[in-house]
Design a protein around this ligand. Sequence first.
Ligand SMILES: Cc1cc2nc3c(=O)[nH]c(=O)nc-3n(C[C@H](O)[C@H](O)[C@H](O)COP(=O)(O)O)c2cc1C
Length: 367
Amino acid sequence: MSDPLHTQLCEKLGIEYPVVAFTHCKDVAVAVINSGGFAVLGEAMHTPDHIAEDIKWIRDRVGGKPFGIDLVLPAAAPEEKTVEELMAMIPQQQRDFEQAIKKKYDVPEPKDAPDLHTWGGLDQKRALDQLEVIFDEKVPVFASGLGSPAFILDRAHQLGMQVWGLVGKPRQAKKQIAAGTDVIIAQGYDAAGHTGTIGTFSIVPQVVDAARGTGVPVIAAGGITTGRHLAAALALGADGVWTGSLWLASRESDLNQPLKERLIEAGTEDAVFSNCISGYTMRTTRSPWHDEWASADAPPVLKPPLQMMLSSDYIQGSLDYQRKDLMTEAAGQGIHYITEMKPARQILSDLVEEALDVFDAFADDDE
Ligand SMILES: Cc1cc2nc3c(=O)[nH]c(=O)nc-3n(C[C@H](O)[C@H](O)[C@H](O)COP(=O)(O)O)c2cc1C
């Protein structure tokens, strides 16, 4: 049998394993890239200068190997607003509710302004300024985590960049393929972070069908934390996997220790689907913030980006003061399988070994 893990994605990127790590941590990204996988660094929270520094930092450590940067391009966000203007748009009812939660759980105030205040999803201007750095640096792969990247395709292709689109619905995939997107990530409901309602097992084959004959590789995402998931994704016709939760508790991950412990302890049912963090549906670990917004006396959740502005102090305060009882983080249903802190290289090799064992077992059955 030829190597079942050597897919067209490996050819397209010159990588050994069809495993993409989505991470906010540069050390994780570099470890995965230098171990034969591919990594996309989430930079939506950062200023253009910070993004430029991170790109240089990665380039200095991967010896010319390709990497990606992920931003969000939310078409529904306002054109340009300061943090103060956005804050002023938050109605008193929701403000009062936030204050009541903080009082009830003794939530500490963040030490500095939360990172979320530089999130590219707050307005169009922030996202477009972040994008300019991606073009200036001619980043090998640009991935759009939220919103269609169709409007940047020509410019990116002229610069020799690949553009990847993350979708949660087959019709979004069809549109993005027709527009010329280079790679489609089909992300299912199981996933961490912003996600739609179609399960991974349902969306991946539908997007694979939509891409058939176009030469556009499809990457499966959502709940992939073991080699069995990797083998299953390839069996569904995907050319690789895009993984987020898998790396959160890795040795290299810069999350603080109590949060890593919380993630290691968490099971599938702790990874809840709610719009209470950002106003978009999102999968994150359950916390008092979730419980309160799900209660009968909670006011309506605000539309993006206002809900993110409202939740950011709670999130940052819990992290700054290592309040494990309050913490929440984006996490997918596959978090059940995150049970220890391992180096990223080992996480990748365990994933690959287990997938190969699955394929070997099928091959043995045929003999
Ligand atoms: C902590 C965390 C933050 C995330 N932030 C983003 C983001 O900024 N942009 C994005 O495109 N995806 C983001 N995601 C989602 C991932 O790109 C990926 O689709 C998801 O983690 C896949 O599901 P899995 O966690 O079950 O592997 C995030 C995921 C995690 C775990």
